[in-house]
Design a protein around this ligand. Sequence first.
Ligand SMILES: [Zn+2]
Length: 390
Amino acid sequence: MKWKEQVSTEIHARRRDVEHLALTIGKNPELGFEEVEAARLLTGALEGAGYTVTRGLAGLDTAFKATLGEGNPNIALLCEYDALPELGHACGHNLIGAASVGAAVGLAPFVESLGGRITVLGTPAEETGSGKVVLVDAGVFDGIDAAMMFHPSSLNLLMASSTALDAYEFEFIGKAAHAADSPEEGINALDGVLALFGGINALREHLPDGVRIHGIISEGGTAPNIVPARAVARFYIRAPRREMLDRITEKVLHIADGAALMTGTVVTAREFELATDNLMPSQPLALAFGANLQGLGVTDIEEFVEGRGSSDMGNVSRVVPSIHPYLSIGDGLVAHTPEFARASVSQEGLQVAILAAEALAHTAVDLLTDPLLLKAVQEEHVRLKESAIA
Ligand SMILES: [Zn+2]
């Protein structure tokens, strides 16, 4: 308990700095992979607290890594700081970055005595570019024992699953012709796209619960009197588990081939965004975070909700035990709305960033001082990975 009190005292002493980070980033929204100012502010604060900072990781200029301490356990605190087009910080990632840096700054004077290491990872472009997928694939999470972050929300929630996601673009190529004068000379690429939609709709009857397939036609020809020579559709395909999704995506790719065959077109499929895996939250770690929240006076806490969206945190949870809990910054808020953007720079939002910093830091103290918790977290992660493959 002694450590947690000291860490909280340190965070409160630095409270203005942490709030300033949240507010400055919140009021200067930067899109994914362009978060230059946010990365500069967050790394500056970490350097000021004694962390060794590396700017730019795995070819991503706005990713960063900051470490303090030596050996293991090596606990990662993840920062997000990207905004949305037009809406600004309507997902509250300014609060995520500030809270993880707040936790790291609060822990800094005690890391040597606690033993082990704190690693802060700046993970850009959660919304559009899945920065964490790039970092996971580049081995940035190698040697890390657990990864933690919080996300603002309309409720306090310890664990939510998320769906695995594949993003495919299908380009059908046909042959242009006058649609009235010489249609027999044409090959209709739009028919390929329509056959793809028809085939996917037939597949829906035989999909497991929780699967989502949603598509748009992004190009469907230019004029009714020209047989479309090119048509393009984009689909998101989601499932509760990666292995289930792999089987379904294979069927969708077969449908595209079938649609090309039946229409005489040629189809090319490509992934237009990085695929993400489903989130497998660490239960022992999430419960430890919940106990720390209670210790900080939070009472209305929900344990688990099945999530339907997707996040690059899923890929992190495949390689490292991870938590992605939610804290309320206002009742009834819906993410990706102007109301949420306002809440993410509100007094309540800033208070929650401090609360999150404390709860994350206290959970890091647990991991650094309680070998049984770390063992339970690691053993569960082995089981989670095994059940994901089964
Ligand atoms: Zn978000």
